[in-house]
Design a protein around this ligand. Structure first.
Ligand code: SF4
Length: 321
């Protein structure tokens, strides 16, 4: 993803989980990503593709098995997030905030929600808490209540307020606006947009192509733990996406009228335990395949004329032998 100066650089992240009968599931299998200050990017893909694992790893709430994760400072300098511990790790986590889809698990049931936000604010909290709550469409008096006294939408906005109070450099939203009603969602997205324009990078982890197109400038498409395409979201709008999996996502989307129909007629049920040799999408791909589809995992390459649009498919790039 591109934009301002580099903020977070992830390289070759890998993460496996134990699965039934001694099998392992490769949730991340060589993911590399660059996030720049003040940009809005999206990670697109279906459930089971590794999106939430990636969010946890980027926020350093889950350790990858291998790979690097480097946080760059505004004036130069960089820290390897994987090596941080103690207070340094806590400070780094403060600068990368993650909001989950389910706000219930993210809030301490014994803590008043205002105290949770004030904790994130630090000094000068009391006035700031009320203003932030009101900006998110909540009455300031809600700060005195406990999570069990709030609706799901209110809890989610408390999570957003708490994350913003920490003044992060990167805010990751893992389907965090998916369950909000339309009006509340717009309100939250407007506040996030303001923060983004003030320099906070926003990474939307989502299955919603419409949201990615509207809010973000760039997107990466994740399939079974690998990025198969990186592209401007304007390419999602115009149907210029190239990878057959991205095309299948577009075709499955409600706005599919603009999406191309070549390459694949459906999206695959992602199952990280059964990754085939060669291209992991080949069982569902309707493109005329070449021998390497069955033997080599394709890597991201720039499309002709656009170094920022990269695709992991030699066939659509015309690189057939
Ligand atoms: S590499 Fe081969 S199987 Fe994979 S998406 Fe491209 S054409 Fe299809």
């Amino acid at each position: 993803m591109s934009g301002g100066t580099l903020l977070l650089e992830a390289a070759d992240l890998r993460k496996e989980f134990g699965a039934a009968a001694g099998a392992t599931a490769r949730a991340l299998d060589g993911v590399s990503l660059r996030i720049h200050r003040g940009e809005a990017g999206a990670i697109l893909g279906e459930s089971g593709g590794g999106k939430s694992t990636l969010a946890l790893v980027l926020a350093r709430l889950l350790d990858p098995d291998s790979g690097s994760l480097v946080l760059h400072g505004p004036e130069g300098g960089a820290v390897d997030l994987r090596r941080l511990e103690g207070g340094a790790l806590r400070r780094a986590r403060r600068s990368i905030q993650l909001i989950f889809q389910d706000p219930g698990r993210a809030l301490d049931p014994r803590q008043r929600v205002g105290d949770a936000i004030a904790e994130a604010y630090g000094a000068g909290a009391p006035r700031g808490v009320g203003a932030l709550l009101e900006r998110l469409g909540l009455d300031a008096s809600i700060a005195e209540r406990y999570p069990r006294e709030l609706s799901g939408g209110e809890k989610q906005r408390i999570c957003v307020a708490r994350a913003l109070a920490a003044e992060p450099e990167l805010l990751i939203l893992d389907e965090a606006t998916a369950s909000l009603d339309a009006g509340t969602r717009r309100l939250v997205l407007d506040v996030l947009r303001e923060r983004q324009r003030a320099g906070c990078a926003i990474l939307m982890i989502t299955h919603e192509i419409g949201l990615a197109r509207w809010f973000c400038s760039r997107a990466a498409v994740l399939y079974l733990g690998r990025i198969v395409e990186e592209l401007p979201t304007s390419a999602l709008r115009t149907g210029a996406a190239l990878h057959p999996y991205t095309q299948a996502l577009l075709a499955a989307d409600d706005d599919r009228s603009e999406a191309p129909r070549t390459g694949s007629q459906r999206t695959a049920p992602a199952d990280a335990r059964e990754i085939p040799r060669g291209c992991r999408y080949r069982a569902f791909c309707l493109m005329p395949q070449i021998p390497s589809c069955a033997t080599e995992a394709p890597y991201l390459e720039s499309s002709p004329g656009d170094v920022h649009h990269r695709v992991a498919c030699p066939v659509v790039l015309g690189r057939n032998p």
